[in-house]
Design a protein around this ligand. Structure first.
Ligand SMILES: *[C@@H]1O[C@H](CO)[C@@H](O)[C@H](O)[C@H]1NC(C)=O
Ligand SMILES: *[C@@H]1O[C@H](CO)[C@@H](O)[C@H](O)[C@H]1NC(C)=O
Ligand SMILES: *[C@@H]1O[C@H](CO)[C@@H](O)[C@H](O)[C@H]1NC(C)=O
Ligand SMILES: *[C@@H]1O[C@H](CO)[C@@H](O)[C@H](O)[C@H]1NC(C)=O
Length: 260
């Protein structure tokens, strides 16, 4: 019965297409025009490297007033591979992604960021974030996501970062996702399930951006592990971990690229 067999195949293909299609305006998924994945170390909580996925889709007409892009990110990791021995206080881990007003091709240390803006800027940007989260942690004020608070304060009132290119904080927003919450006693870690194109962690839109312009942008992942509100305050800003990861979408469109 060749007809029935090919009908069955056709239906299977249609289901596959239906499962993968995601409209531009759906913020719960992304149909990637371009996607990049970068592996990096997230010691000591993860013993194996984790993968940051950065993905975008583009619309020529946007809301009818020029082009727009849709951007998404998430982390991939094996959920059962957390190093519970590293859990010795209540901590919150977060990741933010910064895109806009900065182009470049990642290379060098700090997961490719030193090639964008130099090692002095990486050091100063990281210590500004550590200082900001440290001041928050010792302030006694309630917070849930320390990196999100620190970044939104920095966007409103940029700190002096003379070793960095001026546009470093010149973006409308930096979406942030919390993904690991460590608890003591019990050495318990509540982990965000790893994301995917069908379940991205954060999705947002950039007005006036087209695909080729976004492909020339550098995406900067900012990752932190900081004291939770209900934790004893850190001794110094150095007790707060900040990592940077820089990546760029493949300019060719739908291909996938990676660097380490
Ligand atoms: C780039 O900078 C301009 C001027 O500060 C700002 O209006 C715009 O929102 C920024 N672009 C992005 C993608 O945030
Ligand atoms: C870890 O925390 C979760 C959520 O708070 C809780 O349901 C679970 O029982 C805890 N596990 C252990 C071993 O403490
Ligand atoms: C994308 O935008 C840039 C800058 O606004 C413009 O120069 C370029 O022609 C645009 N590309 C396409 C394919 O529309
Ligand atoms: C961690 O948080 C729990 C409540 O979630 C609290 O009971 C405990 O004292 C905190 N531990 C430390 C070391 O602050």
């Amino acid at each position: 019965m060749p007809f029935l067999r090919s009908l069955g195949l056709l239906l299977t293909l249609l289901q596959l297409v239906a499962a993968q299609y995601c409209s531009f305006w759906n913020t719960g998924c992304i149909d990637s025009l371009a996607q990049t994945a970068v592996r990096f170390d997230l010691d000591p909580l993860f013993t194996d490297p984790v993968t940051l996925y950065y993905s975008f889709d583009a619309s020529h007409s946007g809301k009818g007033e020029g082009p727009m892009t849709k951007t998404a990110f998430w982390l991939g990791y094996p959920s059962n591979n957390v190093n519970k021995n590293a859990v010795d206080s209540n901590r919150t881990s977060e990741i933010g992604l910064r895109i806009g007003n900065m182009t470049g091709t990642p290379s060098g240390s700090n997961n490719g960021c030193d090639g964008i803006w130099g090692s002095d800027c990486s050091r100063d940007f990281k210590s500004a974030l550590q200082r900001s989260m440290y001041l928050l942690a010792i302030s006694g004020e309630y917070y849930s996501k320390p990196l999100e608070v620190a970044l939104s304060q920095m966007l409103k009132k940029p700190p002096s970062l003379p070793s960095c290119p001026p546009p470093i904080l010149d973006v409308a927003s930096i979406p942030v996702q919390d993904f690991a919450r460590e608890h003591v006693p019990g050495q318990n870690v509540t982990l965000m399930p790893p994301g995917s194109g069908a379940w991205p962690w954060q999705v947002w839109y950039l007005d006036g951006m087209n695909a080729s312009k976004q492909a020339s942008q550098v995406a900067v992942g900012i990752i932190s592990r900081a004291p939770s509100y209900n934790s004893s305050p850190p001794d110094s800003p150095d007790d707060i971990m900040v990592d940077l990861v820089c990546l760029q979408a493949p300019s060719g469109g739908s291909s996938k690229g990676s660097h380490d």
